[in-house]
Design a protein around this ligand. Structure first.
Ligand SMILES: [Zn+2]
Ligand SMILES: [Zn+2]
Length: 461
């Protein structure tokens, strides 16, 4: 899930490099085994200990969005060792000072469908407090020069490891499927800039265009061993908007000589609440949140402007467009009503680089994939859940529903903790919490089995 902030890591621990190298050596030795006919369970049994080690290494070595250099190189090397043709540094950010660490790995296996599987790569500026032995102690510097801790608090290390496991299974089971398998490591999910950057770098022209796209995300609510899913709209679009309310400043004792943007901003904030309550259909979920208001310097000065920062969440694109139009209309109308001249009318800025489309899980594909997962892990362990208004940039890869895509949730929590939370009503640590601690073995086992059976369903002979 997304985290909108910009951080720059500066120093890297040599211990991290050593861990990567050690894991790399171990995995090269164990790669591409001749185990083609064994059933999936036995294959997972065989690989699980090493996958857990990989997970713990990745967990201890998180990197911030835009700086996934070591993580992407590790994924690339793993996939290369399994026979994939790997291209690194795929992606172009709007900020030209940043390198995009996107990984695209292609495994051709005769004629057949092209299926893409995506993992994200980045960690978060969070100080880990789980107390697990493999907890991250990584620190780096942000753009302001402050030291920040880094943690895989959204569990993208679970995703990377699950994709490595899936790649191992599918490389070993090549006689059971045909077509082109593409695994991508997407950087900068938390800033919702990575999918956009990869598409801007010719993702679907340089590499075989997908017929289907799959992803998983760990869930902080569901038990390890379970898969949960949402057909249709699953996560909301996220649009970042600034409204600059301009007035005419002056002395606080002489309001008659000014147009006070603080009062105008206050009226706009309240009036914007009526977009959801009075203009939007109650059947179309949407959120307008004003998360920041800044203006003025001193009690007795009426400032020239006030800046509001908003996040808009919707499922449907037409709802998103209507809300943006309504924000502008209301802001301008209130300013005009207060006597602000046209040339000082409020300015609406939509920050596309910090926005993500909604996640729409193609209903037919979702049904097909979750049925296959149910056959692999037990139908009782595959559970439909409600959608949410949080956001992900995975949806961008489907090019506005043109390419069928599905992201399902991977339960990651110790079952006794989920049970205790249900009984007590005390919520579990959420994704992005310093206390979010997936239970590695059963989570990875389920992630690998689920994704492998989903791909096999789409590519079976
Ligand atoms: Zn996240
Ligand atoms: Zn996430």
């Amino acid at each position: 899930m997304e985290y909108l902030a910009t951080e720059i890591p500066r120093s890297r621990k040599t211990i991290m490099k050593k861990r990567f190298l050690l894991l790399l050596l171990i995995s090269l030795v164990a790669a591409v085994p001749a185990i083609a006919q064994q059933p999936l369970d036995a294959l997972v049994d065989r690989e699980i200990a090493q996958l857990v080690s990989t997970y713990k290494m990745l967990h201890a070595s998180p990197e911030l969005s835009h700086y996934e250099e070591k993580t992407s190189a590790f994924l690339a090397t793993q996939l290369r060792a399994l026979g994939f043709t790997v291209t690194e540094r795929v992606g172009k950010y709007e900020r030209t000072d940043l390198i995009a660490y996107g990984v695209v790995a292609v495994l051709k296996n005769g004629n057949g469908p092209t299926v893409w599987v995506r993992t994200d790569l980045d960690g978060l500026p969070v100080e880990e407090k789980t107390g697990v032995p493999y907890a991250s102690k990584v620190k780096t510097r942000n753009e302001a020069g402050q030291e920040v801790s880094v943690m895989h608090a959204c569990g993208h290390d679970v995703h990377i490891t699950s994709m490595i496991g899936t790649a191992k299974m599918l490389a070993a089971l090549k006689d059971q499927w045909h077509g082109t398998l593409v695994i991508i490591g997407q950087p900068a999910e938390e800033t919702v800039t990575g999918a956009r950057a990869m598409l801007a770098d010719g993702l679907y022209t340089r590499f075989p265009r997908p017929d289907f796209i799959l992803a998983l995300h760990d869930s902080a609510d569901a038990e390890a061993g379970k898969i949960t899913y949402v057909p249709g709209y699953a996560m909301a679009s996220s649009t970042s908007v600034d409204v600059v309310v301009r007035g005419l400043g002056g002395h606080g004792s002489k309001p008659e000589a000014t147009k006070d943007p603080v009062v105008i901003a206050a009226q706009i904030i309240l009036a914007l609440q009526t977009i959801i309550s009075r203009e939007n259909s109650p059947l179309d979920p949407a959120v307008v949140t004003i998360g920041s208001i800044h203006g003025g310097t001193k009690r007795n000065i009426i400032p020239d402007e006030v800046v509001l920062q908003l996040t808009i969440r919707t499922y449907k694109e037409e709802v998103r467009r209507h809300i943006l139009t309504a924000i502008e209309r209301i802001a301008k109308g209130i300013a005009a009503g207060a006597g602000v001249p046209d040339e000082r009318a409020p300015i609406l800025k939509v920050i596309e680089s910090e926005s993500a489309p909604s996640l729409y899980n193609d209903p037919q594909l979702t049904e097909r994939v979750t049925a296959a997962i149910g056959r692999a892990i037990g139908a009782d362990n595959v559970v439909k859940v409600p959608p949410m208004m949080a956001s992900e940039d995975f949806g961008r890869l489907s090019l506005d529903h043109q390419i069928p895509a599905v992201m399902f949730w991977l339960g990651a929590i110790e079952p006794s903790k989920v049970e205790a939370s249900r009984k007590s009503g005390k919520p579990l640590p959420s994704l992005h919490s310093s206390l979010f601690g997936p239970l590695p073995e059963p989570t990875l086992r389920t992630g690998v089995k689920a994704m492998t059976s989903a791909v096999l369903e789409l590519m079976k002979k």
